[in-house]
Design a protein around this ligand. Structure first.
Ligand code: GLN
Ligand code: ZN
Length: 769
């Protein structure tokens, strides 16, 4: 019999119950015991629910109060020195995850320990806490979550499959602890393995038959020493344990990374959503007892599975291995998907067709069970489900909502000239100088101004229907007027309208485009207790109408200074959404690029002289494997150019990026060919500026002069130093002066103080140059 299995479940809960409990605990509203009761209840509900769905291998141990990698670190005693004084394990855990700050009291000293570093978990939108290892790191197993959760489930009468983060992934994702000379964290493997073995033996003693060991590092481009570490780890584990091991790789292709470890594991999981071609490669590599876990159901997107395709793949595996050596699984943990579509009342009411194409975690577990049943009992046993699935897929394929013939026609016939601006920067620059007459070192901001409570309340009222469209419009206009007057007063050169009408840079535009919809409860964890609810791109994208013209033209009417139109770029629009998987990503991106192109041209026609197209997500869209980078960068850069190249030379195109990591994608950044690029810089050293200098970047550039993440007001001297550093590397004619990023999360007092200082710095440099 093939086994219906799961790799992980959205621990945050159906209605983000865990988030609410954790935050209540942080703010002192509930005790640690109450938090425990709350999370045990969620766990219990989830285990029972998965069992009821018919899953046979139900995960435990992946449930976390902050982050699974952080759990792993704490339970092996990988605690950086600065947290070791915190006695209470739960307090210590949260201190490592999010830092602690406590004011001094009569009897206690002030505590101020920042959190450990957070990094993106592979190419998902989830972020994990980066473990910090010391060169002489010792490991000690204490209160392992997997054992605790396994036993809790067992006591409830539910047999689970414990999940742990694998030793090689754990070390490979970690870094050298602060204050130590950099070393290869993998060198700690021989010391780490004994505690892993202890953990596995504890799990077995508790009654677990299988353990799932997550090793997603298997999908990286790996140097030989990491591949060797995989072999060493699993050989050692095999020799010292007898619990059955399932090593899980996901998010991409394993290629030859598995060859060393494969002989030493009982089962291997591969991601057949991301890498369907690997089924044929892996099948012949297995020995006669090994099991293959097929990641058939997409764990990180929201679309229904093509069940007949999945059944076909499963049948192929069964034909090669026999039914007893195949697991049916999601591609990765379902924690990357929202909970269930049953909460989507609005979509159900307004767009039932769309609802029929959606599968969140609960629905995905049903799909897994259906595939397993089809194999075990024959397709007839699930024929109604298969028929409904085929009908939904057919409706998705042929629906007027997914395919808009005009959009398709246009996208297929984009003239070659539309992919780039007609003249080079040096020609455009002259036309822009003549038109804009900007001073040396032009100053600008990145787009948003503080979104205070007043704005948020007005938006809420408007969304609830408590404020009429006319009143809301008048309110927004009032805000824009205030923001324009503010810029006038402070003395900036290129103005922005301030984005008071936008709650979010992607969702706002999603509402103005065809092909987008929005869930009510489609939350996924981004880090810790923080969740995001990405919009859904389900159909061909085109504008419903002009998107930003009214507000931008209004803002321009209030000033003689050039107003900068403000749009979100095609890659970012796509990357921060759940994207349709029925056409290639580059086609989705091209459609968004075309919609934006129309908006850019309309802004120009309406008299807006500068237009910024933000692309903070270009870098995070980079594929994991280097071999895939070029193809991605080629189409993503092309789509940006498509969106921005419809304008005349005199119209100045800006772009903005929120990171400073440009080294390896420099050529792509240059190929965007924006007239002005503003980037985050205040926290980077001169390395970033040097890259632009040595690569001879020829367009204008505004490296951020100050950090916008903190209310701290940088002094004139401090920013002057920054600008001096910039001028060592960037020709004065090309330098712009601006903050690191948008000011949305800041308050007005510090915004005003910081910008006044920034303008003062600019004046001093203008006087010198
Ligand atoms: N224009 C946006 C803003 O200022 C840019 C934000 C971003 O790049 N993340 O808020
Ligand atoms: Zn930014």
């Amino acid at each position: 019999m093939v086994v219906a299995t799961n790799l992980g479940f959205p621990y945050v809960g159906a209605k983000r119950e865990l988030k609410k409990s954790i935050e209540a605990f942080w703010s002192g509203k509930i005790s640690a015991d109450e938090l425990k009761t709350a999370y045990q209840k969620i766990q219990e509900t989830h285990w029972k629910l998965q069992k009821e769905q018919g899953l046979q291998h139900i995960p435990s141990g992946e449930f976390t109060l902050y982050d699974r990698v952080l759990d792993t670190a704490q339970q092996f005693g990988v605690i950086p020195t600065r947290y070791q004084h915190i006695q209470d394990p739960l307090q210590q855990f949260f201190a490592m995850g999010r830092g602690i700050q406590k004011a001094a009291t009569a009897t206690t000293e002030k505590v101020d320990v920042p959190a450990q570093e957070m990094k993106k978990w592979f190419d998902t939108n989830y972020h994990f806490i980066v473990p910090e290892f010391e060169p002489t790191q010792e490991f000690k197993l204490q209160a392992p979550r997997a054992v605790e959760q396994y036993k809790t489930a067992k006591a409830l009468g539910i047999e689970t499959r414990p999940v742990i983060v694998g030793p090689v992934t754990f070390l490979h994702l970690g870094k050298t602890a602060k204050g130590f000379e950099e070393f290869d964290t993998l060198s700690l493997l021989p010391k780490l393995l004994p505690v892993y073995i202890e953990l596995l033996n504890q799990l077995q003693a508790a009654g677990a038959e299988w353990v799932q060991i997550d090793e997603p590092a298997l999908i990286f481009d790996l140097p030989a020493n990491v591949k060797a570490a995989f072999e060493e780890a699993y050989k050692t584990i095999k020799a010292a344990t007898s619990i059955k091991t399932l090593v899980a790789a996901y998010f991409g292709r394993v290629e030859d990374n598995i060859s060393g470890l494969l002989p030493h594991v009982d089962a291997l999981h591969i991601d057949l959503v991301r890498a369907p071609q690997e089924l044929d490669v892996v099948l012949p590599l297995l020995n006669k007892d090994q099991i293959l876990s097929l990641g058939l159901v997409d764990g990180r997107n929201i679309w229904i599975n093509n069940l007949s395709n999945s059944i076909e793949l499963a049948q192929k595996a069964v034909a090669a291995l026999g039914t007893d050596r195949v697991f049916i699984a999601p591609s990765c943990s379902l924690a990357h998907s929202p909970f269930s579509t049953v909460f989507e009342k609005k979509i159900a009411e307004k767009n039932p067709e769309l609802l029929s194409w959606l599968a969140f975690s609960v629905e995905k577990t049903k799909e897994i069970v259906t595939i397993a049943t089809a194999i075990n009992q024959g397709v007839d046993a699930v024929k109604d489900t298969l028929a409904a699935n085929a009908a939904a897929l057919e409706s998705r394929r042929t629906s007027a909502q997914t395919a808009n013939p005009q959009v398709r026609e246009r996208a297929s016939k984009i003239p070659a000239a539309d992919w780039k601006r007609p003249d080079v920067f040096q020609v455009r620059e002259k036309a822009q100088a003549q038109k804009l007459k900007l001073p040396l070192f032009p100053t600008t901001t990145i787009g948003s101004f503080p979104q205070n409570k007043e704005i948020r309340v007005a938006r809420q009222k408007f969304n609830k229907g408590e404020l009429s469209a006319a009143d809301y419009d008048a309110f927004i206009k009032g805000q824009m007027k205030f923001m324009v007057d503010f810029q006038e007063r402070v003395g900036l050169d290129v103005f922005v309208h301030g984005e008071p009408e936008r709650n979010d840079m992607v969702e706002h535009f999603g509402h103005l485009l065809h092909g987008y919809d929005f869930t009510e409860n489609g939350w996924v964890v981004s880090y810790g207790s923080r969740c995001v609810k990405p919009p859904v791109i389900f159909g061909d994208v085109s504008r419903r109408g002009p998107m930003t013209i009214d507000e931008t033209v209004y803002a321009q009417s209030l000033t003689k200074k050039p107003m900068k139109g403000m749009l979100t770029g095609p890659v970012t629009m796509m990357k921060w959404s759940f994207v349709r998987d029925d056409i290639p990503l580059n086609e989705v991106c091209t459609q968004i690029g075309l919609a934006l192109r129309d908006e850019v041209v309309d802004l120009e026609t309406a008299g807006i002289p500068c237009i910024q197209v933000d692309e903070p997500a270009i870098r995070e869209g980079l594929p994991i494997r280097r071999a895939d980078w070029d193809a991605y960068l080629e189409w993503s850069v092309a789509c940006f150019r498509l969106s921005t190249s419809g304008v005349r030379n005199e119209t100045q195109i800006h772009t903005h990026m929120c990171y400073s990591d440009f080294n390896d994608i420099f050529d792509a950044i240059a190929a965007l060919d924006a007239d002005v690029i503003t980037i985050e810089n205040s926290k980077s050293d001169e390395k970033l500026l040097k890259i632009f200098a040595t690569k001879k970047y020829l367009n204008a550039i505004g490296p951020g002069t100050y950090d916008i993440h903190s209310p701290r007001v940088p002094s004139v001297e401090e920013m002057s130093q920054k600008v001096s550093d910039m001028l060592k590397h960037i020709p004065k004619e090309l330098l712009w002066i601006n903050p690191d990023c948008g000011l949305k999360t800041r308050g007005w007092p510090e915004t005003e103080a910081a910008l006044i200082n920034m303008i003062e710095v600019t004046k001093r440099f203008r006087a010198q140059y």
